[in-house]
Design a protein around this ligand. Structure first.
Ligand code: SF4
Ligand code: SF4
Length: 198
């Protein structure tokens, strides 16, 4: 069957299918009838695009599972080149309410997060993709990439598990940090009342 005709029939049958489903539901007919309709469409080679896409995704996920991941092929399998999507800045350990006030302001901005890692380091994260990632996810300046990129090992990286899993603290929103500050400092609100002259 030609692709255009198949696409047109597919659209038509999706509409009919929707109508038939509604009718079946209204009539209280057994859902099995709807299953027969879908089976019929598949047998006639008139499969809605959504079903085709879902099948493709399933096949791709199955193929990925079958591949043995090694340090050599891991980066080429890493969709989105996760480790090149942000920068981090080491910041002083926040101790006072004033320190947390600053962090609340920073984390209120889009694409800003901060965390405390297992070694007790506080890091500010700025989500911003490196401009050297190529369309195929490679490093466009591999031969002259910065030293920090050369020192990054893929032995245990974000391909294996998300970075947040290893953090002691992680904040990606004003709300989350505000909740934390209110638990940490019982008199958190007192300063605001004082400023307002209450
Ligand atoms: S080092 Fe890890 S996170 Fe970075 S591209 Fe390679 S597999 Fe992906
Ligand atoms: S320079 Fe290359 S390795 Fe370094 S962050 Fe950019 S794309 Fe990644």
């Amino acid at each position: 069957m030609c692709a255009r005709l198949q696409a047109a029939l597919s659209k038509l049958t999706v509409g009919m299918l929707q109508w038939r489903f509604d009718a079946l539901l209204q009539a209280g007919t057994h859902r099995l009838n709807a299953t027969y309709i879908v089976a019929g469409l598949i047998l006639c080679d008139i499969v809605p695009e959504g079903i085709l896409m879902a099948n493709k995704k399933k096949k791709a996920a199955k193929a990925m599972k079958a591949i043995k991941v090694t340090p050599e092929n891991k980066c080429s399998l890493c969709t989105g080149t996760k480790c090149c999507q942000y920068i981090t800045l080491h910041i002083d350990t926040p101790r006072s309410m004033s320190d947390f006030d600053t962090l609340l302001w920073q984390v209120s901005h889009r694409n800003i997060q901060f965390y405390k890692d297992a070694d007790g380091w506080f890091m500010l994260v700025v989500e911003a993709a490196c401009e050297h990632i190529t369309e195929t996810g490679q490093c466009g300046i591999y031969e002259i990439r910065p030293m920090i990129c050369r020192g990054y090992s893929n032995d245990e990286c974000e391909f294996d598990s998300s970075a947040e899993e290893g953090f002691d603290l992680f904040f990606d929103s004003h709300q989350a940090l505000d909740d934390y500050c209110r638990k940490r400092y019982k008199k958190w609100d007192k300063r605001f009342k004082k400023l307002a002259g209450k």
